[in-house]
Design a protein around this ligand. Structure first.
Ligand code: ZN
Length: 191
């Protein structure tokens, strides 16, 4: 399948920052996205990244790349932040309502829940699936199934430190990759 992996933020836009532990979201996003990209290539998918370095890319350029790549799926990688510094865990987001991204989000969320035992999946089961719904630009404007993954809270000191470690980066990327591969398998498109 043709997949676009989108590391959120970059360049002068650091995303969420934790000055206590010295971790910036843009760097964590890029590490996880790079590991995910490699894993998808290894599995035989045609993966492309919206940025592969520390540079700013506009949201419309990210969406345009998905269109140009004729992507079957768009996966945006982010980390969370909250005023409540005890908030922790992962989240999987889709556009609002019933969308073609829902089965993809479910596979990714279930794979993350099974693999990332140190970080709970913050599910929203009110509408019978685990994803959360929001009107993020990249989810709204992308034509293919699009999912935004929040890989943990930068504002939580322990979680921020953990997200800066390669073991967490690889485990997170591996779980997301597994979810995407399972979704692709169900569609009968292994590669
Ligand atoms: Zn972000």
């Amino acid at each position: 399948m043709r997949i676009v992996v989108d590391p959120g933020h970059g360049g002068y836009d650091p995303g969420a920052c934790n000055t206590t532990v010295g971790v910036e979201e843009k760097a964590v996003n890029l590490s996880i996205a790079t590991a995910l990209h490699r894993s998808l290539l290894w599995a035989g998918h045609a993966s492309l990244m919206t940025r592969d370095g520390d540079r700013y890319v506009t949201l419309s350029d990210r969406v345009a790349l998905a269109k140009a790549h004729r992507a079957d799926a768009f996966i945006s990688i982010h980390c969370n932040a909250a005023v409540n510094r005890q908030a922790c865990g992962t989240e999987v987001w889709t556009d609002v309502g019933d969308t073609p991204a829902d089965p993809l989000a479910t596979e990714i969320g279930e794979a993350m829940q099974a693999a990332l035992l140190w970080s709970p999946l913050r599910r929203d089961d009110r509408d019978a699936d685990l994803d959360k719904e929001g009107r993020f630009y990249v989810l709204r404007m992308t034509r293919c199934p699009a999912v935004l993954v929040e890989c943990g809270f930068i504002s939580h000191d322990v979680e921020a430190r953990r997200l800066a470690e390669m073991a967490t980066v690889n485990a997170t990327a591996g779980a997301i990759s597994l979810g995407i591969c399972r979704w692709a398998e169900r569609l009968g498109k292994n590669t």
